[in-house]
Design a protein around this ligand. Structure first.
Ligand SMILES: [Zn+2]
Length: 560
C-alpha cells in the first residue's frame, strides 16, 4: 500500500466509501407497494402493509411510513387494501400440453356435425397439404346415440389428416386420410378396450374410434416442432399467469421443448419461471446433461437440474403397480414401467452428476420400488449433498412406507384435484384397507414429510385455488360427499398455502428466493380479489387473480 500510486489510492478510497454507503442504505428500491394486505408466508412477519422492490427483488417489508422515508425516490403503488401473496409455485404441470390445446381447433359447444365441418373447412384453407389438423371438444356423450361419419370431412380435407378429439376423451373422429396414415382399415381388429366403428354394410371404418382404439390413431400424430412448441409454450404461459402461477415445474420436457424454452429465454420472452424436468426416457438427453451438469440460471427464468421418470402407470386404468391384486380385477397388480434396478441406476448417476430425480409413482408397489431404489442410491453416493429426491403423486402408499419419505428426506408431491376426481371409483380399485393410505396428505404431514401440492395440469384445471379447495374439503365443487371424503386427511388453510408456496419452492431448490414476500426474495407476487387468509373454503372457487407480478414486473392484469 505504501508504494501505491496516489490515483490508485484515491480510487480505492472512493470505492470503499461507496461500499459503506451502500451497506448503510441497503439495496435501492424503484417501487414501493403500499396500503396492501400482504400475506407474506414469512413466519417471523406473517402480515405486512407495504413492501419495496428493486432490481426485480423485494428489498424491504414494513409500514408505508417507514419505507416512504427510507426510499424517497421510489414510485409508490397503492394496493387499495387488496390482498397480496407470493406467486403460486406450480410444482407439477405440463406446459406444452396446456398450450397445445389452445393451438387446436376448438369445438367446444359446437352444436352439429355440419358446424364442425365448417370449422374444419376454414382450418384447411390455412394449413399446408399433408399437415395434420387437430381439433378438440365435440361432445361425444351428447352425440353417442348417432355418431357422425367422416364422408364430409373426407370431401373437405382430402389431403390433410384430420383428428377431432371428443370433449371427455372417450371418442375421436378421424377422416379417411388420418385413418390411412395410421393404417386403420376395415380389416383392423378392435383393441382390447375400444372400438373402431364400421359401416354395417361395407365394414369400412366410419372415422369414430372409441376408448383405447383412439390410441391406434393418436400415436401417429406428429409431435410439435420447435416453432410450434414455442407458440404453445407462450400460450400456456399466459394461461398460467392468469391463474396466479409465477413458477411452473414442467414435469417432463423433451429435447424439442427444452430447445423451445431455451429459445424463448434467449429472446427474453419468458414471463413465467420454468423449472424443467428432463424426459428420463431420452437416454441421450439425460447423458448429455449429466456430462454438462445442472443449468442454474442466475436470472432464475429457466432451471434444468432434474430428471423425470415413471415407476408405474395410473390407478384409473389399473396401470398403477400394487403390492396385492386390484380389488376389482384380481388378475392384475398393475405394471412397473421402470424397474427398481433401472431407477437405482438412474438415481445413482443423477446423484453423482448433481441432479434431482423426480419419479412418478402411484401404486403402493410403485412407491415402495422407488423408495427402495432411492434408499440404495443414497447409500451408494453418500457424498450427494442435498439431493431432494421427489416422488410425484405418492397416491397409494403402504402405511409403513410413509415414514420412509421423512427418513430419506424425500419430497411427496401430491395433487388434491386427483383425489376429488378419483374418489367416486378409487375405493373400488383398492378396497377399504388400502384406501387409508391413499391421497393421505395429513398422514404425510404428521410423519414429518415435506409436502408440495400442485395440479398436474392440463389433466386437471391449473387453478390453484380449486386445488386448495379440494385439499381443504375433499369434496366436489358441488360439496359432495357431505363432510368430505375421508375427511381426517383434510388440510388447513395455512398448511395448504405453505404447500403451494414455501414447500413447492423447496421442491425446486428455490426456498432462498421464492415462496415468501420477504427481503431478498424475487418480487413474484399476486394481487387477489379477496382475502385468502380468511375466506371460507367455498369462496376459493370464485377467488380471482387481479394482477400477477414476476420479477417486479406486471405480467398479468385482469380486465374485470
Ligand atoms: Zn404429470
Amino acid at each position: 500500500m505504501l508504494n501505491a500510486r496516489p490515483s490508485f489510492t484515491i480510487a480505492l478510497l472512493a470505492s470503499l466509501l461507496l461500499i459503506s454507503v451502500a451497506c448503510r442504505t441497503g439495496p435501492k428500491a424503484e417501487q414501493i407497494f403500499t396500503n396492501g394486505h400482504a400475506i407474506t408466508m414469512n413466519g417471523s412477519a406473517p402480515k405486512a402493509e407495504a413492501f419495496a422492490i428493486g432490481h426485480g427483488k423485494i428489498v424491504a417489508v414494513g409500514s408505508r411510513q417507514e419505507l416512504r422515508a427510507r426510499y424517497t425516490g421510489a414510485a409508490e403503488i397503492d394496493l387499495k387494501g387488496k390482498t397480496v401473496m407470493p406467486g403460486i409455485i406450480e410444482s407439477h404441470g405440463h406446459l406444452l400440453n396446456l398450450g397445445r390445446s389452445s393451438l387446436e381447433l376448438n369445438l367446444v359447444g359446437v352444436a352439429t356435425p355440419a358446424e364442425v365441418a365448417q370449422k374444419v373447412r376454414e382450418r384447411v384453407a390455412e394449413t399446408a397439404p399433408d399437415e395434420w389438423i387437430i381439433g378438440w371438444g365435440w361432445d361425444e356423450g351428447a352425440w353417442a346415440s348417432s355418431y357422425p361419419t367422416n364422408e364430409e370431412l373426407n370431401r373437405i380435407a382430402p389431403r390433410n389428416p384430420v383428428w377431432l378429439k371428443g370433449l371427455h376423451g372417450f371418442a375421436g373422429w378421424a377422416n379417411a386420410r388420418a385413418l390411412e396414415t395410421a393404417g386403420i382399415t376395415k380389416d383392423t381388429p378392435d383393441p382390447e378396450r375400444g372400438k373402431i366403428i364400421k359401416h354395417t354394410q361395407t365394414g369400412i371404418p366410419t372415422g369414430i374410434l372409441t376408448d383405447q382404439a383412439q390410441q391406434l390413431l393418436a400415436k401417429h400424430v406428429p409431435p410439435l416442432n420447435q416453432e410450434q412448441s414455442e407458440k404453445a409454450l407462450l400460450l400456456a404461459q399466459e394461461e398460467c399467469l392468469r391463474h396466479g402461477l409465477t413458477t411452473v415445474h414442467d414435469a417432463r420436457v423433451t429435447r424439442t421443448v427444452l430447445d423451445a424454452l431455451h429459445a424463448l429465454a434467449a429472446k427474453k420472452l419468458l414471463k413465467l419461471r420454468v423449472y424443467a424436468m428432463l424426459d428420463g426416457a431420452d437416454g441421450e438427453l439425460v447423458a448429455s446433461h449429466f456430462r454438462s451438469g445442472p443449468e442454474i440460471d442466475p436470472e432464475h427464468w429457466l432451471t434444468v437440474r432434474s430428471i423425470k421418470v415413471f415407476a408405474d402407470g395410473a390407478l384409473g386404468s389399473r396401470g398403477a403397480a400394487l403390492l396385492e391384486p386390484y380389488s376389482d380385477a384380481p388378475g392384475t397388480r398393475g405394471l412397473e414401467t421402470t424397474s427398481k434396478e433401472a431407477l437405482f441406476d438412474l438415481t445413482t448417476r443423477a446423484l453423482y452428476a448433481g441432479f434431482q430425480v423426480v419419479t412418478h409413482a402411484i401404486g403402493d408397489r410403485g412407491n415402495r420400488n422407488t423408495l427402495d431404489a432411492y434408499e440404495a442410491a443414497l447409500k451408494k453416493v453418500p457424498a450427494a449433498r442435498d439431493p431432494r429426491l421427489r416422488i410425484e403423486h405418492a397416491q397409494v402408499v403402504a402405511p409403513g412406507d410413509i415414514p420412509r419419505f421423512a427418513q430419506l428426506k424425500i419430497i411427496a408431491s401430491m395433487q388434491p384435484p386427483h383425489c376429488t376426481s378419483d374418489m367416486p371409483w378409487a375405493e373400488a380399485r383398492i378396497g377399504p384397507e388400502r384406501i387409508k393410505g391413499a391421497y393421505a396428505w395429513r398422514r404425510f404431514l404428521e410423519a414429518g414429510v415435506r409436502l408440495a401440492l400442485n395440479s398436474d395440469f392440463p389433466g386437471e384445471t391449473l387453478d390453484p385455488f380449486y386445488g386448495m379447495y379440494a385439499a381443504e374439503t375433499r369434496q366436489t365443487p358441488e360439496g359432495k360427499p357431505e363432510g368430505g371424503w375421508y375427511p381426517e386427511q383434510r388440510l388447513t388453510r395455512q398448511e395448504v398455502l405453505r404447500a403451494y408456496t414455501v414447500a413447492s419452492a423447496y421442491a425446486g431448490f428455490d426456498e432462498e428466493i421464492k415462496g415468501q414476500i420477504a427481503p431478498g426474495k424475487l418480487a413474484d407476487f399476486i394481487v387477489l380479489s379477496d382475502d385468502i387468509a380468511t375466506i371460507p373454503s367455498r369462496s376459493l372457487l370464485t377467488l380471482r387473480v387481479e394482477q400477477a407480478y414476476v420479477g417486479g414486473k406486471l405480467m398479468f392484469e385482469s380486465k374485470r
